[in-house]
Each structure stands twice: as C-alpha cells, then as structure tokens.
Design a binder for this molecule. Structure first.
Ligand SMILES: [Zn+2]
Length: 324
C-alpha cells in the first residue's frame, strides 16, 4: 500500500464516520420526534403535532401536511378519489448527474420511499353535500415538494378535472420552487404551463383558490401560486417568498424584521386576501367562502354585511378577468 492509497483509505474512513453522525432521510422520517424545533417549547412528538394538523400549538408554525391527511381532512366522510395523474415516461429527460449521483436513480429511490409518482397529488370529491372540488396537495418528502415535469403535468390534470366537472380548484401550494437539480430547464417550463392551465379555469368563471401551506418559494411563488383568484395564508408563520430572507435582505442591504417574508408580514404588505390563523379552521373557512361565492348557502353561515363584501370582491374579480 503506497502513501496515496493510505491517504485515500483514511479519507473514506473519515467520510463514513462523518455520515454516521447525521441521521439519514429514512431515519428522520421514521423518528417519533419532529426534526426541527419551531420555538422554545422544546422537541415536539410527531404524534402531538399530527393531532393539531401539523401545527405547533405554542407558536402556530405550520409543518407540511401529507396529501393523504389533507384529503381526509378536506373531504366529507372520505368521499373522494385520488386522480391517476400522468407521468413523464422518461424521467431522465436531461441525462445529467451531479456528485451525489444520477437524477434518475434519486427519483426512483424517492418514488419507492414515498409510494408516489409526483410531489403533487390531485383529488376530486365532496367537500360538503353540495360542494364538489378539486384539491391539489404536495408531499414534502418528494424533493421538498419542488416542481418538475411530473408535477407540472399533475397541476394541468387538476385544471382539466376542474374544467370537466366545473368544480372549484383549491391548490395547497408548497415547496421551494422549480426542481433545479437536474430537470432544470424542463422544470422552469412548468411555470408558464401551470399559469396557462389556471387561466383556462379562471376564464370559465370557476374559482381558483390558492392556500399557502408551510413554505412557498422560488418559481412556485412566481407562477401558479400567485395567479389564482384568491390567495389565503394558512398560519402567520407560513413563508411566502421568491428568494429566501437572507438573499432578499442582502440585496436590499437592510436589516429585515423578525417576521420578514412570513404570512403575517406578507398580509400586512398587501399580499393575500385572508389569513387563516389555525389549520384546524381551514376547511370550515373554505366551505363558508365557497358557499358564498358559489351562491349555495349564504344566509345561514355569515352576516349579511360580510356576504356583501365578499360578493363585491368576487364581482370585481370577475370584471377584472373579463377585462383582461
Ligand atoms: Zn412552536
């Protein structure tokens, strides 16, 4: 063994030991404890978090809600179907690879681990006895809910289902942006595609509601998440941004406030139509809202004054759409 081989062997040994000190993705997912602490209330058991729809009861930070639980929560008596969204046949459109391996292999591993074909799941069913809706939700375990070609297809499929059934489209937007690791340019193409899909639904006068779920950033903020008819935030601590706080603060050369780019901050700066403080109230709020804008059952659920306000907003929105 010459000195070069000895150094290489030693390097590999250090690398192996270093990796052992950090838990793997699987270990984090299988742990009983939430990986990140949100406030000074200490470590949180996932079980406790789950009981409050993955929102901290102390500081109200929202954590990603798995699509299956989102659908069970949204639809009445599990009255829904998960749609079989199309997937791109060749996942490795651009056959690049980086130091950590081929995208194709990483995708296969993620699909196996999550049992999903896309970060985006689409469901259709009954929110109440008289309101059907298409609901779009994202899975954080799938490349941090980033958008690649398959996710773009899923969103277009949701738009198509909404048009066919003339049902409102509710998108729980989440994710760090377009998946730039390897599909890059093909991922960026999903920005105009998804915006065009949403605009077809809006043209027919079908409401498109976007709810900011946990974190929305990058190309997601710059495309479909910002182009619905209505934008709601689920929790004040929700992140709504294009670039991250550090990058944005550096670019403007200022010291940002503590709540910079959080949902509450965004609302106070004119983004968004409504803040849903607690996730447990999301379904109730959306049903009330849809009852009013679809003119289903306005009288029993909300005061006349509020109904008029929302009707005015809806009419204004419609006029804006017709004019554009
Ligand atoms: Zn907390």
């Amino acid at each position: 063994m010459n000195w070069l081989t000895r150094i290489k062997t030693l390097g590999d040994k250090i690398k192996r030991n270093f990796r052992k000190k950090f838990p793997s993705k699987e270990e984090i997912e299988n742990s009983k404890w939430q990986a990140k602490n949100c406030c000074n209330s200490g470590p949180i058991l996932k079980e406790d978090l789950q009981k409050n729809y993955y929102q901290c009861t102390n500081c109200f930070t929202t954590f990603p809600l798995p699509p299956s639980e989102r659908f069970t929560y949204m639809y009445i008596n599990n009255n829904y179907e998960i749609l079989d969204t199309p997937i791109i046949e060749d996942p490795s459109l651009l056959t690049w690879e980086d130091a950590s391996g081929k995208y194709k292999d990483k995708l296969a591993k993620t699909r196996k681990r999550t049992g999903l074909n896309s970060a985006i799941s689409v469901a259709y069913g009954k929110l109440t006895e008289n309101i059907n809706a298409v609901v779009v939700a994202s899975d954080w375990r799938y490349f941090g809910s980033s958008i690649g070609p398959d996710e773009g297809e899923s969103i277009l499929y949701a738009c198509q289902k909404s048009l066919e059934t003339e049902s409102p489209l509710i998108i729980f937007a989440q994710g760090g942006g377009m998946r730039m690791q390897l599909p890059s340019a093909v991922s960026l193409m999903q920005m105009p595609r998804t915006v065009l899909g949403l605009s077809e639904v809006k043209k027919k006068g079908i409401p498109v509601i976007v709810v900011v779920d946990s974190v929305v950033a990058g190309g997601i903020t710059a495309s479909y998440a910002a182009t619905g008819d209505f934008l709601f935030f689920e929790g004040k601590k929700t992140k709504w941004m294009f670039a991250g706080p550090r990058v944005a603060a550096n670019a403007s050369n200022t010291e940002p406030p503590e709540d910079f780019l959080e949902g509450g901050w965004a609302m106070s700066h004119g983004h968004g139509d409504h803040m849903i403080e607690q996730r447990k109230d999301t379904k109730d709020f959306l049903v009330k809202f849809l009852n009013i804008i679809l003119k289903k059952d306005q009288s029993s659920i909300i005061g006349e004054e509020n109904t008029d306000n929302i009707n005015e907003t809806t009419n204004l929105n419609k006029q804006t759409r017709e004019a554009s």
